[in-house]
Design a protein around this ligand. Structure first.
Ligand SMILES: [Zn+2]
Length: 439
């Protein structure tokens, strides 16, 4: 938008006084959770589709990034195009020696914003902290298209780049929202957390904003974990989609209670005071964490069938040296026909079952329904990314949510969606049962 305005202005000037320039900004990033490979099963060694090689460093387009181009006596601020990461600009009084400030601030085609800032507070002010920026000096435009690479593989710029990519990949049906991302260095409480739920991080979703934090301590540095960056983004995106609907309320998912401690020691299903992908939890937590995982999984995977298995394969990394298989639990070590952590975790444990679920099972349930392999011959439709956001939203809109009834509420919420009946009922229930979340 800004580019079109300035472009129109220079066309009116006499020839020779205007220099049309094209600047494309790219992030230099380096992750630490990319391309880890699925451990076992028919998709062993498989990786995610996007930025799979980024642990060795990669270049990412800075889509919709804010830049300020200036020289003495002149300055203009632009957002690069959300599709290309480039901006066309001009200066009627040619200087040839400019400064460019690149901000940790990116927009998309729906006027949503993701930004990184320097506040460590877990309260979500209207605009917390100051936006991080980088200054590039002595820039002399070539007169054609210039590519400016910034970020130098620094952790916080990798976080920003993956947030911007997440927004580019997953924003249908979400408009005019802002996600503010801070970094927790342990100041104040001495702890480092990555979270979308601490303090008032999610207390303003009906006002169009959500804050998240990424842990940034020497002992716990999450800045380069792209799937974790996408996970907290997923919490914010789902909550913001729900938050602007009539009747929405701020704050946590009702009944979200991470205190289920039925299993204290199990081979693959350790339960502790915090939750992990293999934990049995109340369905409220499994629902919420499963959705955040799904959004992150979708950001870095395409929905495409594997030539070798005929399934909609994908990989998702969450701890350890291997990736989760979006089709099979336990990093592909259990077959798709026994497609649930639930069986591993609950085999010898009483109290496990009704009202509980495993976070990883919920992630694969959502992925399976989104991919819909078409087990019912005539039901070959697939939900859209926006349908998935509505599934989250409709569930919350059902009301009466308790810590242990989220699957039943999700079924009711799906019935309220305008989807083919076979997707709402048949396929939803089939994928839920296969993944062990129907309880
Ligand atoms: Zn989470």
């Amino acid at each position: 938008m800004l580019a079109a305005l300035s472009g129109g202005a220079w066309l009116l000037l006499p020839a020779g006084q205007a220099h049309a320039e094209r600047l494309c900004v790219k992030w230099e990033i380096r992750t630490e959770d990319s391309g880890m490979g699925i451990q076992a099963g028919p998709n062993a060694g498989g990786t995610e589709d996007k930025y799979a090689g980024a642990n060795a460093g990669a270049t990412a387009s800075a889509l919709g990034v804010r830049v300020r181009i200036s020289r003495p006596g002149w300055a203009q601020t632009y957002d690069t195009a959300p599709g290309s990461g480039c901006v066309d600009w001009s200066d009627s009084s040619w200087s040839g020696d400019y400064d460019v400030r690149v901000y940790g601030y990116q927009t998309d085609a729906n006027d949503n914003v993701v930004r990184i800032h320097d506040s460590q507070s877990d309260s979500c002010a209207v605009a917390p902290g100051a936006t991080y920026s980088l200054l590039i000096q002595d820039y002399t435009p070539s007169g054609g298209t210039d590519v400016m690479k910034v970020g130098d593989e620094i952790g916080r710029w990798t976080t920003q780049a993956m947030l911007g990519y997440g927004l580019y990949r997953y924003h249908d049906g979400v408009h005019d929202k802002t996600i503010h991302a801070g970094f927790d260095e342990g100041n104040g409480d001495g702890q480092c957390n990555s979270s979308a739920h601490d303090g008032t991080l999610n207390s303003f979703i009906t006002s169009g904003r959500h804050c998240v934090q990424y842990s940034d301590c020497a002992a716990d540095d999450d800045r380069r974990k792209k799937f974790l960056v996408g996970h907290e983004f997923g919490h914010a995106l789902t909550a913001l989609h729900y938050g602007d609907k009539a009747g929405a309320t701020n704050g946590d998912e009702p009944g979200a209670d991470s205190g289920w401690l039925g299993i204290t020691d199990d081979n693959s299903c350790a339960n502790s005071s915090v939750y992990d992908i293999t934990d049995v939890e109340w369905s409220s937590i499994a629902f919420r964490e499963g959705f955040a995982h799904f959004v992150s999984a979708k950001i870095f995977n395409d929905r495409e069938k594997s030539a070798s298995t005929g399934l909609y394969e994908g990989a998702f990394h969450w701890g350890g040296s291997h990736s989760q298989d979006l089709q099979r639990p336990n990093r592909g070590q259990v077959s798709a026909s026994d497609n649930r952590y639930d069986d591993l975790c609950c085999a010898s444990t009483s109290g496990c079952g009704t009202g509980t679920g495993v976070i990883g099972d919920w992630m694969r349930f959502l992925w399976d329904w989104y991919a819909n392999e078409g087990f019912l011959g005539s039901c070959t439709q697939q939900p859209t990314k926006l349908n998935m956001l509505w599934l989250y939203t409709r569930t919350r809109q059902e009301g009466g949510l308790l810590r242990n009834n989220y699957f039943q509420k999700l079924q009711d919420g799906a019935d309220a969606m305008n989807l083919p009946t076979c997707l709402e009922d048949g396929m939803l229930d089939i994928h839920a049962a296969l993944n062990g979340v129907d309880q």
